[in-house]
Design a protein. Structure first.
Length: 488
């Protein structure tokens, strides 16, 4: 029987190493560890391990809104053997399903009022404050004032079994129903090391990280939690959404920061008439990024932009400098191989080969066979009266039109009743009419792919990662495209 491998909870860079910035205040490694161990102690009493008797590890839904407290809760659960349940949405239906499927689960937050009903609620921030006050009264708090340089005693770095399941992510639902995906500590760490090499080459070294992406999503978690904590940078607490908030958070950092964001947020930033501080670099994911948008973002923020290719099941798999090349380069240790089921990915973060959901074209002539081109998601390919295109390409054209703030093509729900398939589109474009949008599309799109109808909306129901879940798109179709006897 192989010996159990244990890994440090965090790379030990010393008690005074700054791991986070919160409200302009530096947080040291010693303070973070003291908070983690305090919450771990609370969890041992509130949620004792059931693995010994049932074989099922206890679980907690991590709903902390501040990235720092999310990280504290995540690390405390990992240390205690509690699985972090990370929902793709805070919608009551999704949370209720997690509770139903995980008997005995509790919810962790960083605010007194519970975000959900029907589940025991633990305010992690308050629990840590109370536990550390109690420990201090007993002379057991190892970092009573971690902001001072005279730390006389710091906690030993805890370890975690590499094979321990520490997180259960849920896919966003952009390609169907959200699916659960377990992550083991050792594989998370190995995947981080591969991604960190590419990111640190972009930024020139560790730096603060500001993120507009949800840290309960795999990309946001890897880039805004794991990367700063495990690669020597510093995480930040907030998740700015509006351009002015992004600019403010970037300006608040002690040095140029890495901005982790999405194409949707980048477009909103470029549309805003405000100045942005220079960045150390930018990471973008969750949707295809056009070369024009990448070049404009690099010029506006005076920093290089790296686009990330990956998935919840895969983690980060490849990157590209979108302003310079359409080809993706696999991260160190990853490879692609063709099979009857499509292309399979292998790599340090994968326990077994994982199928891609996309069509790709390997380039065996460059980078030692580590480069490929992304064609599109298999589910996005469409055939209209014998002509082929992809929804991804059509969406990119639509969103690039002057005056269009957002938009998406879709296949109407009752096309099976028609001899000729017609596409539809939902568009956010204040001041434009459907005729204006149609006129803008004509020079770029084959007539058979022109959408009819075009439904004008105030906004699309995107999630925290700017993705449009299938369920939300179906609801739009049911509301606007379906009538008795056919579509509008």
């Amino acid at each position: 029987m192989a010996a159990e491998v244990n890994l440090p909870l965090l790379p030990d860079r010393g008690a005074s190493h700054i791991v986070a910035w919160r409200d302009g205040r530096a947080v040291s490694q010693a303070e973070l560890l003291a908070d983690v161990l305090a919450l771990s102690g609370v969890l041992s009493r509130v949620l004792p391990s059931t693995a010994a008797t049932s074989g099922v590890a206890p679980a907690a839904i991590n709903l902390c809104l501040d990235r720092y407290w999310f990280a504290v809760a995540f690390l405390a659960c990992a240390h205690r053997g509690v699985v972090n349940l990370l929902p793709s949405s805070n919608a009551p239906m999704h949370l209720a399903q997690l509770v139903a499927h995980n008997p005995g689960v509790i919810a962790l937050g960083d605010q007194p009022e519970a975000l959900m009903a029907g589940c025991p609620w633990l305010d992690a921030a308050q629990a840590v404050a109370s536990e550390r006050a109690s420990m201090m009264a007993q002379g057991r708090d190892v970092a009573p004032d971690a902001t001072h340089a005279d730390l006389h005693e710091t906690p030993a770095m805890p370890t975690v079994p590499a094979d321990r399941v520490v997180a259960r992510f849920h896919t966003s639902g952009s390609t169907g129903e959200p699916q659960a995906c377990d992550k083991r500590f050792g594989l998370l760490f190995a995947g981080h090391q591969a991604a960190a090499s590419a990111v640190l080459a972009l930024t020139g070294g560790p730096c603060p990280v500001v993120g507009t992406s949800s840290f309960r999503h795999m990309f946001g978690f890897e880039a805004t939690v794991m990367l700063p904590l495990w690669a020597g940078g510093a995480l930040t607490g907030g998740t700015p959404f509006f351009p002015a908030d992004v600019a403010s958070d970037l300006a608040a950092q002690p040095s140029p920061a890495l901005l982790v964001t999405t194409p949707y947020h980048l477009r909103k930033m470029l549309e805003a008439d405000i100045a942005f501080p220079p960045c150390a670099g930018m990471l973008s994911a969750t949707a295809p990024l056009s070369p024009d948008l990448a070049k404009a973002a690099e010029a506006r923020l005076r920093a290089p932009l790296l686009e990330v290719y990956g998935a919840t099941e895969l983690g980060m798999l490849a990157t590209r400098r979108t302003s310079e090349s359409s080809a993706w380069t696999l991260l160190p240790g990853f490879s692609l191989a063709s099979s009857e089921a499509g292309f399979m990915a292998r790599g340090p973060s994968l326990a077994q080969p994982q199928a891609l959901h996309d069509l790709v074209e390997p380039d065996d002539t460059a980078e030692g066979g580590r480069r490929f081109r992304l064609i599109d998601r298999s589910s996005n390919l469409i055939n209209v009266v014998g002509k082929r295109s992809s929804l991804g390409f059509l969406n990119e054209v639509l969103q690039s039109l002057p005056g269009v703030q957002d938009g998406v093509f879709c296949v109407p729900p009752d096309v099976a009743h028609h001899d000729v398939t017609r596409l539809a589109a939902f568009v956010v474009a204040p001041g434009l009419t459907p005729a204006d949008v149609l006129a803008g599309l004509r020079p770029h799109v084959d007539p058979v792919f022109l959408p009819r109808p075009i439904v004008m909306l105030d906004a699309l129901p995107r999630d925290a990662n700017a993705k449009l879940p299938v369920a939300a798109l179906r609801a739009l179709q049911a509301e606007h495209l379906q009538r008795k006897g056919g579509t509008t």
